[in-house]
Design a protein around this ligand. Structure first.
Ligand code: B12
Length: 209
């Protein structure tokens, strides 16, 4: 079933994804297993794009297909613990408009009791820093999927430092190209390519009292 979902995303089967996700949940698969199956399909879409078999329109249909599937899963992912552990400002960095992974992380963080202020996509460093200051956020989460936009993550951290806010806020980076090592180079406290791991890190930073 999960494999079928991966193939459906890779083959851009927008019309069947909803049914497949519902079926997988009925069969007892966890919502995050279904998300992961779709994410694998997206990886295959990326490979086909690199090989010149898919073009921009196919990337767009793939994005819509995964969003359609996420609509089925959203209510299950949002079922949460309630209460607020900490405030998190989140967004996709300037130069990048990918938001599916960011939105998944936002849902999971909310379900774990974090208040998420989502600034959307293509967010310049200045807007992130302003929001952290205005909201008194304890965490800044930055998402990035394309390598040319990675330096903006570093610039955002540097601007936090300049404004004297870096000590007050934990910075977590996420997105397919991120590794722990790269995260360190970019000046973050953590970097992951998996939303579940990201939320585990947040919970470690802000345990429930
Ligand atoms: C769908 C897609 C699109 C859609 C995006 C739709 C949308 N609303 O997001 C559209 C069509 C808009 C698009 C556009 C482009 N894309 Co595109 N796209 C993809 C594709 C196929 C899937 C991305 C995706 O959603 N994956 C599924 C999600 C669930 O995975 P994820 O994002 O990694 O998120 C997970 C984790 O990383 C984590 N996470 C994510 N963010 C955060 C944040 C935090 C704080 C935390 C803790 C965790 C976390 O949680 C998620 C769940 O575990 C990828 C292929 C790939 N291999 O990723 C290419 C890909 C990312 N795109 C690529 C490119 C080149 C482009 C374009 C430049 C194409 C063009 N010529 O115009 C443009 C970019 C425009 C721009 N300025 O941003 C390249 C990037 C190459 C690179 N290394 O730079 C890729 C890798 C394809 C490829 N193999 O070449 N794309």
């Amino acid at each position: 079933m999960l494999e079928e979902i991966t193939v459906a995303v890779a083959e851009l089967k927008f019309d069947t994804i909803r049914k497949l996700c519902e079926e997988a949940l009925k069969q007892g698969h966890k919502p995050m297993e279904v998300v992961e199956a779709m994410r694998k399909g997206m990886e295959e879409v990326g490979r086909r794009y690199e090989r010149g078999e898919y073009f921009l329109p196919e990337l767009m249909i793939a994005g819509d297909t995964m969003k359609e599937g996420m609509e089925v899963l959203q209510p299950y992912l949002e079922k949460g613990e309630g209460g607020a552990r900490a405030k998190l400002v989140l967004g996709t960095v300037q130069g990048d408009i990918h938001d599916i992974g960011k939105n998944i992380f936002a849902m999971l963080a909310r379900a774990s009791g974090f208040e998420v202020i989502d600034l959307g996509v293509d967010v310049p460093p200045e807007r992130f820093v302003e929001a952290v200051e205005r909201e008194g956020a304890a965490v800044l989460g930055l998402s990035c999927l394309i390598t040319p936009a990675l330096p903006t993550m570093r610039q955002t951290v540097e601007l936090l430092e300049k404004r004297g806010l870096r000590q007050k806020v934990k910075v977590i980076l996420g997105g397919a190209p991120l590794t722990e090592e790269l995260g360190k180079k970019l000046g973050a406290d953590a970097a992951v390519n998996d939303a579940v791991k990201g939320v585990e890190i947040l919970k470690g930073w802000f345990p429930k009292d």
